[in-house]
Write a protein that binds this ligand. Structure first.
Ligand code: KG4
Ligand code: ZN
Length: 338
């Protein structure tokens, strides 16, 4: 029997709803991005929660109507319950609880990073665990062993800034609009990655962990010093040099982890997996070694609800269903169930 899940995502500044069939087939996928945060150069949590409240029921209605199944055709409601901005998460969780209760449907809580990984199941229907996944977003940089759909283990993670955060801060110093990662990526495509020398920090004694704050500070200091001295900096070259340094750090540990643990299927996920250099490098490194590379299609890299519906299918099969006492949680390990 087909399982159709209505999924809701509101962990940061995207309000999203989707209907996904059997974890892999997207029947509808609606995402509303909040543009207002651009004015402030970052997400303002209070504004984010308010905007979620304003649009969540309209977005959900749209997702239901585009999927051609009304609420009667839905088997379960899924929602991102952790991690994220607590006020934002609460809007989605409470909306989903109300919907599940009124329609008498099971409620499935989904971990945000698990759902980012599951975006790969939509783009690559042939992908099945076990595989190794690099999850890189605005708040996380993790190397994760996906042992099975609901059994995940953190192998390495950032000790300070997430890769997306470093991209955004570097981009801001280069006077690019928020969120700057995508703008920096575009500028980097036209630049020379060898133009500026930047460090590739490692974490002593933890071969799979990352550290991006030193690299971020190096680029910010370089730009500020140049400004003070009136020295010209080629932004495209600086963007390319910075991007290459971040991607080198990520790929170095990721490939080492795969080699050491014997993984031959490597996936990437999260907002930063939209990065063009990271995408090329993952495919190149895998091709060299006869490994398989998986990355979600560009539209599924950032926050969306289709990926929540994909992961929810496997959580549901495993019996991970919540009661009406489900609460949102701002921080939660990927290997802990809600
Ligand atoms: O997964 P996501 O949409 O939200 C979080 O869960 O954090 O990730 C957002 C992050 C932002 O830092 C954004 O700048 C970054 O992903 N990002 C990129 C690119 N597209 C989005 N970073 C580098 N290159 C890109 N093309
Ligand atoms: Zn995300």
């Amino acid at each position: 029997m087909l399982v159709r899940i209505l999924a809701i995502e509101s962990s940061c500044d995207e309000t999203a709803a989707a209907v996904v069939q059997d974890g892999r087939k997207v029947l509808s996928n609606v995402v509303a991005s909040q543009e207002e945060h651009k004015l402030y150069g970052g997400v303002v949590p209070e504004i984010a929660s308010r905007r979620h409240i304003e649009v969540i029921s309209q977005i959900t209605k749209q997702a239901l109507s585009l999927s051609k199944c009304e609420l009667q055709g839905i088997d379960a409601v899924a929602v991102t319950d952790a991690p994220g901005l607590i006020g934002s998460l609460l809007v989605g969780v409470n909306f989903a609880k109300g919907l599940a209760l009124s329609a008498n449907l099971p409620l499935i809580p989904v971990h945000h990073l698990r759902s980012h990984i599951a975006a790969n199941y939509i783009t690559h229907p042939e992908l099945t665990p076990p595989f190794l996944c690099l999850v890189v977003s605005g708040g996380h940089s993790h190397i994760i062993e996906v042992e099975d759909y609901t059994g995940l283990k953190v192998l390495g993670q950032t000790r300070d800034d997430a890769a997306g955060e470093a991209f955004d801060k570097a981009a801001r110093t280069m006077k690019m609009p928020y969120p700057g990662g995508v703008h920096l990526d575009k500028a980097a495509e036209r630049g020379n990655a060898n133009a500026y020398k930047l460090p590739r920090p490692t974490v002593q004694g933890s071969e799979y962990d990352f550290s991006f704050s030193g690299l971020k500070t190096a680029v910010i200091n370089r730009l500020h010093n140049a400004e003070q001295k009136g020295e010209h900096i080629n932004v495209e070259n600086m963007a390319a040099s910075f991007r290459a340094a971040v991607v080198d750090c990520l790929m170095e540990n990721f490939v080492k982890a795969a080699q050491n643990l014997g993984y031959t299927k490597l996936a990437a996920a999260g907002g930063v997996s939209a990065n063009l250099l990271l995408r090329r490098r993952l495919f190149e490194e895998c091709k060299k070694r006869g490994w398989q590379a998986y990355i979600p299609g560009l539209a599924l890299c950032g926050d969306n609800a289709a990926m929540v519906g994909a992961q929810a299918y496997y959580e549901y099969q495993k019996g991970n269903v919540a009661t009406m006492s489900l609460n949102a949680v701002a921080t939660l390990n990927i290997d802990t169930l809600s």
